[in-house]
Design a protein around this ligand. Structure first.
Ligand code: SAM
Length: 173
């Protein structure tokens, strides 16, 4: 019995990690350098609702809460191990919420800031979703690759870093 449960859990861990890699990106955490760079420069207001779509172990959300303790930080994750780690880390942080689920099925109508670090292959589906759900004033923080053919509102870059592209909801229309 215990062997079956362990095998089923291992199967679920592998299957959900594979699903994440196929769907939008495998778990590769944002580097500290990048988190510091964009958190120091993006306009987040106290009271904002901030999403990390594909939140991994929740590190971006925790950094956001350390700098802006009165924001509501919401993470969505589909891969079981990173999800469990993020969920555990959220237990002692009342303003951090971690949901198990598919980021493409997460409604973003209440989002003020959305952080995304995913592979470009996810962008066409993602753009369609963001266009339909983001408020004109919402801020999208895109790490690594920009949206092709859409002028970013702002680019954050230092000499030795890749650019972080910022878009407002209205820029995506
Ligand atoms: C490149 S990692 C970024 C992790 C975190 N946002 C960070 O910056 O440190 C992408 C994350 O998205 C998750 N992911 C991929 N596809 C997903 C989906 N359809 N729904 C929810 N999470 C997904 C992966 O499991 C992975 O943890």
């Amino acid at each position: 019995m215990i062997k079956t449960i362990i095998l089923a859990f291992l199967w679920a861990v592998i299957a959900t990690a594979a699903w994440a890699g196929w769907s939008a990106a495998p778990w590769v955490p944002s580097k500290t350098k990048y988190r510091r760079l964009f958190l120091g420069r993006i306009p987040i207001n106290e009271g904002d609702t901030v999403y990390d779509l594909g939140c991994g172990t929740g590190t971006v959300l925790i950094d956001v809460l350390e700098k802006y303790p009165n924001t509501k930080a919401i993470g969505v994750e589909i891969s079981i191990i990173p999800y469990l780690v993020a969920k555990f880390r959220s237990l002692t942080r009342p303003n951090m919420q971690v949901r198990y689920g598919n980021l493409f099925r997460t409604n973003l109508a209440d989002a003020d800031v959305v952080f995304i670090y995913l592979l470009e292959k996810a962008y066409p589906k993602l753009l369609k979703k963001l266009r339909g759900e983001l408020k004109p004033t919402s801020l999208l923080v895109l790490e690594a690759w920009p949206f092709k053919g859409i002028e970013p509102w702002k680019i954050i870059k230092e000499q030795d870093t890749l650019p972080i592209n910022l878009y407002r909801g209205e820029d995506l229309q």
